[in-house]
Write a protein that binds this ligand. Structure first.
Ligand code: PLP
Length: 355
């Protein structure tokens, strides 16, 4: 068995792969593949309807929230959000908590003014900023709820008087939060929800239709809402696999149940990092991510050797991002705790070999 700690695209439940593979060959005994039927058939409509309904149910969304599955990765939303929400004389507030937030800031500047209200830059993004104010006249406040590269996570969602926008690409459906506190949520699917190629968007339609610019039809969220997320051919396979993953999540008890598992996985790994003399976590304790655990070795010259040691135990995907170095173990929903146990055991064994 391979222990898959990849950061993204990343692990999905084995049974989802099994069901997806069967659907590619012969969907529901129709003699047709899920990949060769029209998206406007009742067969695919049922997939889209169920996927959207599962999002609403699992996130316990207010009735007014709209759920869309859109083309492109989360990076598309870096520009589509300000295009829909921000006029050129207006200001949007952004939190700079790492690479993804910075990329979102760069795109927003193409559409209006950006005020970076807080940054973790001075600490090389090892903290989530705490003391900051969001101007009352900002059109919205954008945060990255989980910083996939640096391994930090907003443990408390900030309260603001302006609409809150969240990039939840790497912690969507991983923990219980008040999803209705956000007026717009987006997430690329490939970290915790499905395959690459689709974005989940949850939006409060009350914040739309306020900008003066002309928005290209395909970029305008309102058109996608009107067309029930079927304005054009949706990424059918990606939506289908998301639907299967959400069904799986529901079957194991939903977000409340998976949060307990995620908490246990993260506690196990961080406790080893904190007690093993060879390793140090890179993020301050209170801001540590439960999805992406970043750590380094106190003696960096041992890192290659530890990586090889873990490879022999079928542990994959733990090499850290080049901006942080060291290691990053991603503990997404589908990762079993037994894989974390194997990693922790490897850390213990490796430490014993050094002693
Ligand atoms: C991976 C990631 C992105 C980029 O996603 P793409 O789908 O590759 O565009 C954006 N934000 C966060 C938080 C991510 O983890």
């Amino acid at each position: 068995m391979v222990h898959n700690f990849n950061a993204g695209p990343s692990i999905l439940p084995k049974e989802v792969f099994q069901q997806a593979a069967e659907a590619v060959l012969n969907y529901q005994n129709s003699g047709l593949s899920i990949l060769e039927i029209g998206h406007r058939t009742s067969t695919f409509q049922a997939v889209m309807d169920e996927a959207r309904a599962l999002v609403k149910e699992l996130m316990q969304l207010n009735a007014d929230r709209e759920v869309l599955f859109l083309h492109g990765g989360a990076s598309t939303q870096f520009m589509q959000v300000p295009m829909n929400l921000l006029d050129d004389k207006e200001t949007a507030a952004y939190a700079d908590t790492g690479v993804w937030g910075l990329k979102a800031i760069k795109e927003a500047k193409l559409f209006g003014k950006v005020e970076v209200v807080c940054t973790g830059k001075e600490s090389n993004y090892t903290i989530i900023p705490k003391d900051f104010a969001v101007p009352n006249d900002a059109k919205y406040f954008h945060i990255t709820t989980n910083n996939t590269i640096y391994g930090s996570q907003w443990q408390k969602i900030p309260k603001t008087s302006v609409p809150l926008v969240g990039d939840m690409s790497s912690d969507i459906f991983s923990r219980v939060i008040d999803f209705n506190a956000f007026d717009l949520i987006y997430a690329g699917a490939q970290k915790n929800m499905g395959p690459a190629g689709v974005n989940l968007l949850v939006v409060n339609p009350a914040i739309l239709g306020k900008v003066k610019r002309a928005i290209p039809s395909i970029m305008d969220y309102r058109n996608h809402i009107k067309e029930g997320s079927m304005m054009n051919t949706p990424p059918v396979f990606a939506v289908f696999v998301c639907m299967l993953t959400l069904r799986w999540l529901k079957s194991i008890g939903g977000v409340t149940a998976v949060e307990k598992l995620n908490d246990a996985k993260a506690a196990l790994l961080y406790s080893e990092i904190d007690s093993n003399p060879l390793f140090t976590g890179t993020v301050v304790k209170e801001d540590r991510s439960k999805m992406n655990v970043c750590f380094v070795m106190n003696n960096p010259s041992l890192e290659d050797s530890f990586l090889n040691f873990t490879k022999q135990k079928n542990i994959v995907g733990i090499k850290g991002h080049r901006l942080v170095g060291g290691f990053r173990a991603s503990l997404y929903n589908a990762l079993p705790i037994s894989s974390v146990e194997v990693l922790v055991q490897a850390m213990k064994e490796f430490a014993a070999l050094q002693a």
